[in-house]
Design a protein around this ligand. Structure first.
Ligand code: CTP
Ligand code: MG
Length: 253
């Protein structure tokens, strides 16, 4: 017997976060794997873990480490203060982001009904963005993605050899486009199904929500944040350091 006028029973919906950090960071140039590079003296991965653990809802963070770097990553996490309420686990990653996320997802124990997937390469995402994504999943959306409008106009081309002029195929309508960020939030069963169903092609999917779309499951966007940008190229390191310096200057704690 159910009564729709009563509030839903207060079963705690547990949230886990998977942080793929197994990439090499080729576009950043030579050096340590990207997630282990430091910003303000702290490894990017540690910033990312703290950013997710800052959300009261996140009970578990699974870090997906470079396959030959799990010991180093475990030591790194042990050496830094992380969230007190949050458990941490480290698993080895794969050759593509898609494989790394699948390996991290496999390490999330039953009982976590919401799973966030967050790039270690987005170390500065504000907790408000994390919470907004979780809120939307709690509200019933099976897949939620933070996103921002684009600054640049985007053209589709016929890709040619590097450095050669490329023919334009179409100019997309900018006002209808969004650049997507992480953390992306999912009903766990939906994300598991997506990873079981969508095969890894050469590069693998760069976006979990895209895999969910292929199942025909609706995906919704919520507002992202400028500071959730992905550290991809050398100039992004300069921007990240500047954001950290601004936070230090305005930090009143
Ligand atoms: N990632 C991963 N496993 C891989 C490849 C990527 O866990 N085999 C992770 C990266 O560590 C990063 C996130 O996926 O946190 C987003 O990927 P990207 O920004 O492309 O990072 P890299 O692959 O490391 O960078 P690049 O493509 O320049 O080599
Ligand atoms: Mg990559």
């Amino acid at each position: 017997m159910t009564d729709d006028s009563l509030p839903a029973p207060c079963t705690a919906v547990r949230t886990a976060a998977v942080i793929p950090a197994a990439g090499r960071g080729v576009r950043l140039g030579p050096g340590a794997p990207k997630a282990l590079r430091t910003l303000g003296g702290v490894p990017m991965l540690v910033h990312a873990v703290r950013a997710l653990a800052a959300s009261r809802a996140v009970r578990l963070v699974v870090v997906v480490a470079p396959p030959d770097g799990t010991t180093e990553v475990k030591a790194l996490l042990a050496a830094h203060t992380l969230g007190e309420r949050t458990d941490f686990e480290v698993v080895p990653g794969g050759d593509t982001r898609q494989e790394s996320v699948a390996l991290g997802l496999a390490a999330v124990p039953e009982g976590h009904d919401i799973v966030l997937v967050h790039d270690a390469a987005r170390p500065l995402v504000p907790v408000e963005t994390v919470d907004a994504v979780i809120e939307a999943v709690r509200g019933g959306a099976p897949a939620v993605v933070p996103a921002l409008p684009l600054a640049d106009t985007v053209k589709e081309v016929e890709p040619g050899p590097a450095g050669e002029p490329e023919p334009v195929v179409a100019t997309l309508e900018r006002s209808r486009l969004r650049a997507v960020q992480t953390p992306q939030g999912f009903d766990r069963a939906t994300l598991v199904r997506a990873h079981e169903t969508v095969a890894v092609d050469s590069e693998g999917a760069t976006d979990d929500a895209g895999m969910v779309e292929r199942l025909g499951v609706p995906v919704v966007l919520v507002p992202g944040h400028e500071e959730a940008f992905k550290v991809t190229r050398p100039l992004d390191l300069v921007l990240a350091e500047a954001v950290l310096a601004r936070r230090r200057a305005t930090d009143v704690r």
